[in-house]
Every structure is written in C-alpha cells, then in structure tokens.
Design a protein around this ligand. Structure first.
Ligand code: SF4
Ligand code: SF4
Length: 279
C-alpha cells in the first residue's frame, strides 16, 4: 500500500553542490520543466487517504531542486491540504539548503505542522567544499529555526570520501543539536560503497539519533522500498524514487494512487534496485 510520496515542485536550485546528482548532464535531459498539476496530485492523495483510511500519509515536498525557490506555490499547496495536516492524516515535510528561509516561512511551516529539514554536511571544511561555501548561512538559518521552534531541526548530511576521513568530527558536529540526523550516501564519481556507508552509520548511531531502517532507501541506511510503499512525482510523471527519474516513469502524475502498480523484478532489498539492475 502506498502511504508515502515525494513531490518535486520544481527542478531548479540556487546552489550547485559538487555531488548533486539531480543536475548532472545525464539527468538534466530528464528534468526539463514539464507542467505538473500539484493540486490534482494532492486531490489524489487526499482521496487515497480517505478511501483506505490511512492513518498517516507521509508527504515530502522534496525533489530535484530547492523548494523554497518556489515558496509561493509551496505555500498554496500546504494551505490546500491544511485540514489533513492539522488532523495528522498527512505528515508533510520539506528539506531546504537553508539559504532562502525566513522567519515568516518558519512561522507558516510551524502553524501547519510541516517539518523542515536542513541540508548540512557537518563541519565547515567539508560542507563549504561540497556545498558552495554556505556553511555559515545554513547555520544562521538553523539558529533562526531554533528561535522560532524552540528546538533544533532535523538535518541531512551527505556522506562521501571527506566525511569518511573525518568521521569522528562529522559525527561530533551534530551532537550538540540533539535532533534527528539523516545521513545519505554520496553516489556518483566521489561516491562511497554501501558497506563503507553502513560502517559510518554504525559509528554515528552510537552518538546520534540517526534515521535508518525499514523499507525506505539504501541511500539513507534502510532497505530499498522501490515499488512497495513510496512514489516520487516529478515532471508530470510518477517514478519509483527520486534517483530513478532517468528510468521510465511508472505512471502519469494524475493517475489515482491505487492504480499505480510498479512492475519490478525480485531483487535483494538490502541493495539499491537501480544499482542491482545495473541501471
Ligand atoms: S542544494 Fe540540493 S538540489 Fe541544490 S545543488 Fe545542492 S544538492 Fe542539488
Ligand atoms: S532504487 Fe535505490 S535510490 Fe531508489 S529507493 Fe531504492 S535504494 Fe533508494
């Protein structure tokens, strides 16, 4: 049963992180701006939640770009599902690079119970090298979040070669915040193997509240959930996941959710479907 979805509300970003796989030349041709009616997707999700009496549907406004570049649209989408958010039937979140957020935005997200995560790759030396010298800007945004919410936000850190070399420092960086950290495995040219990543996660779990487990994505330390409970909307289509936008879509974006039935072969879910198929 599909009870999680991500919607990529745009395909653009104001940064150009060295490892960003969304904007590589291989994927760029798949990410041409295409019309996508997000309101009809939200209608489908609400209908699906009601029809199957889903307790909580997890909805991420995350995808191939920086969502806050299109904050006005995001604001409208959140208002459109506000009754489901306040009732707890939809748990929504977004993830930002932290360069555009304001206290007005944070107040709005708080009012509508939308979780906001920040991408930060640990210590300044590594973050600045990979993420366009934005460490101090992101830290400022994280403090702003703290002043609005009284706690630190969840954070997302991509783990590549540099983080492996300074694993202790990277892990220690997150300790004072006492918030949930999602580590993701860097893929591509400077990427690391799944074994290296799992070894890092084991270390991190000794000191931090680390998100892992379940059918989700091996990039975050879980098992591959492709084709089970999670779908990804972008470019007017539905894909298996955000990393699979260069594979054939599994449906058009306006398809009722219970008619989306991905047909993928059996594979070891401790591995990434895409990698396991050599795709
Ligand atoms: S902020 Fe995210 S979407 Fe933007 S370039 Fe960096 S990794 Fe890519
Ligand atoms: S196919 Fe790979 S990237 Fe996609 S959900 Fe599975 S593990 Fe994650």
């Amino acid at each position: 049963m599909i009870d999680r979805a991500c919607i990529s509300i745009n395909n653009r970003c104001n940064l150009n992180c060295t490892y960003c796989h969304f904007h590589t030349s291989e994927k760029a041709e798949y990410l041409a701006e295409a019309e996508m009616n997000v309101f009809s997707i939200l209608d489908n999700i609400k209908h699906h939640v009601d029809k199957y009496n889903i307790e909580v549907f997890k909805l991420g406004f995350v995808g191939n770009g920086e969502p806050l570049l299109d904050y006005e649209a995001l604001h409208e989408y959140i208002e459109y599902i506000s009754d489901y958010l306040s009732a707890g039937r939809i748990a929504a979140y977004t993830i930002t690079n932290g360069t555009l957020i304001t206290d007005e935005m944070l107040d709005f997200f708080k009012e509508h119970k939308v979780n906001v995560g920040f991408s930060i790759d640990g210590i300044p030396e590594i973050h600045n090298k990979l993420r366009c010298n934005t460490h101090s800007e992101v830290m400022h945004a994280i403090e702003l979040y703290h002043s609005v919410n009284g706690c630190y936000p969840s954070m997302n850190c991509t783990v590549g070669r540099d983080a492996l070399k300074t694993a202790e420092d990277t892990i220690s960086f997150f300790e004072p915040f006492n918030s949930r950290i999602t580590f993701s495995r860097m893929i591509g040219t400077d990427g690391i193997s799944l074994d290296e990543f799992r070894c890092f996660l084991d270390k991190a779990k000794q000191k931090l509240n680390v998100r892992t487990g379940g059918y989700d994505c091996t990039m975050y330390g879980g098992m591959c959930g492709a084709g089970i409970n999670n779908i990804f909307y972008a470019n007017g289509n539905v894909y298996l996941c955000g990393n699979c936008v260069d594979l054939p879509p599994i449906a058009k974006a306006d398809t009722p959710i219970d008619r989306i039935k991905p047909d993928i072969p059996e594979f070891d879910r401790n591995t990434c479907f895409k990698e396991s198929q050599g795709l």
